[in-house]
Design a protein around this ligand. Structure first.
Ligand code: CAA
Length: 423
């Protein structure tokens, strides 16, 4: 009988996972605390990942990648995050920043930039959020104005993860303020473009070894060929399509975070003795470990499912990406919190590794769409799908409901849902 992993993952996927584990043990575990304390980027680990070809995992072969997809990305990010959750995002943000080129770039743009990303020569960032536009990604105010063969970008972006380490920034700006659905366009900004600057590196609670930045665009003049896809107005769609494919990366970071915290907690529980026995012998600790294990495993397989759906081009990836991001990141926070509890007083101290997992975990529920936004996306998609459940209509009697003293008829719930989905 074949091992399960041989059925689910290709040889290449398994090779990436093993290589990531080796890099994690050699380059991440020993320096994770130091990089966190010093807020310094782990260049050694990034170089090792680049040398191994890992920055090309999600990039098509035609542009220098290995085309091992979101599944390859997820397996590598999970292994990195087990050792150091902050490096999980330091790596995965390169996918977030380059996927706009894959989903929306012109052939020339792909040829120009993707091989540089795949080789590790060019690191990436994704500049969507602004001070006054976080969850409301359509409400941007950074402006790009059309000139003669050029676009000029003005404004500031907030929470650009990897901002000061990136060579290429996918930047979203308003090109048509009057339009509702075609208001935004994406641009490829390079770090040396005059007018582009890092305004501030944010002091943060966790993932401190990754620079999260305020970036400013003070009249950055770009030639037309930097407009993603060559046409204005496609930016919002490109950002959403990118997030559909990048959220499994955050979810994988969360699985790695949970798995790493669990490994530390179980190891500690078998060594820490109280009342003359290892605390792993106490049923209350066992129950915590059991729940942590169950939740981590469930999250892991939801993420693998999502990655496989992304790689197969499934139309339902939006819903599953939101589910995997939300479930896995809620799990990571819960498991990391329980891991601190198992470590007790030591867990609260920074000279033990578990406090960092707890701090690093929290952002997972916030970035790449808060978990409240994920639940909106999930619910909207469930309601849309209910249009397929016409066969249930006979079992839902037409009924009247009293509301605010008046009455209205719920004649056909699925038809109403379909209409709502079209609105
Ligand atoms: N794929 C393709 N198109 C999509 C789409 C998707 N997944 N989701 C929406 N669209 C399209 C819609 O079809 C619609 O198109 P039309 O106008 O042609 O009909 C259009 O986009 C607008 O869609 P909505 O009406 O659903 O948009 P909305 O304003 O209601 O917003 C939202 C929806 C889900 C809340 C969205 O704004 C969202 O995802 N917000 C969160 C943003 C986010 O994740 N930010 C994090 C940025 S990255 C980061 O964290 C920093 C970092 O560096 C890590």
């Amino acid at each position: 009988m074949q091992p399960l992993q041989n059925i689910i993952f290709t040889d290449a996927h398994q090779k990436w996972r093993e290589m990531a584990r080796e890099i994690a043990i050699k380059h991440l575990l020993p320096g994770a605390a130091k990089h966190d304390q010093e807020a310094s980027y782990n260049e050694g680990a990034f170089s090792a990942a680049a040398e191994a070809g890992m920055l090309g995992i999600w990039i098509p072969k035609a542009y220098g990648g290995s085309e091992d997809g979101i599944t390859g990305l997820a397996l590598v990010v999970e292994e990195f995050s087990k050792a150091d959750p902050a490096f999980g995002v330091a790596f995965a943000v390169n996918a977030l920043g380059s996927i706009p080129l894959i989903v929306g770039g012109t052939e020339e743009q792909k040829q120009k930039y993707l091989p540089r990303v795949a080789s590790g020569e060019a690191a990436c960032a994704f500049a969507l959020s602004e001070k006054f536009a976080g969850s409301d990604a359509g409400g941007l105010s950074v402006r790009a104005e059309k000139g003669d063969g050029t676009w000029t970008i003005r404004g500031e972006k907030k929470w650009t993860t990897n901002g000061s380490r990136a060579d290429i920034i996918s930047c979203f700006a308003v090109t048509d303020p009057e339009s509702r659905s075609r208001r935004i366009s994406a641009f490829i900004v390079e770090k040396d473009d005059p007018g582009f600057a890092i305004k501030k590196i944010e002091p943060s609670m966790g993932i401190r070894s990754v620079p999260v930045c305020e970036t400013s665009y003070d009249g950055v003049v770009l030639s037309d060929d930097r407009l993603l896809g060559g046409k204005p107005g496609l930016g919002f769609k490109h950002s959403m399509m990118t997030l559909d494919l990048a959220r499994p990366g955050v979810a994988a970071q969360a699985v790695g975070t949970a798995a790493g915290a669990l490994e530390y907690a179980t190891t500690y529980a078998t060594r820490r003795r109280q009342f003359s026995q290892p605390i792993a012998g106490f049923q209350m600790v066992q129950a915590m470990l059991a729940d942590m294990g169950m939740q981590t495993e469930a999250a892991r397989w939801l993420v693998y499912l999502c990655a496989a759906m992304a790689d197969s081009g499934s139309k339902k990836v939006t819903k599953i990406a939101a589910m995997s991001k939300c479930f896995a990141t809620d799990t990571a926070v819960k498991v990391a919190t329980d891991a601190v509890q198992i470590f007790g007083g030591y867990g609260f101290m920074e000279d033990y590794p578990i406090a960092k997992f707890y701090r690093d975990a929290k952002i997972l529920q916030i970035y790449e769409g808060t978990n409240q936004v994920q639940r909106i996306v999930i619910a909207r998609n469930l309601v849309k799908e209910s249009a397929d459940f016409d066969y249930l209509s006979d079992y839902i009697p037409v009924e009247t409901q009293s509301t605010f003293g008046g009455e209205y008829e719920i004649a056909n719930t699925s038809a109403a849902a379909a209409a709502a989905a079209q609105d």
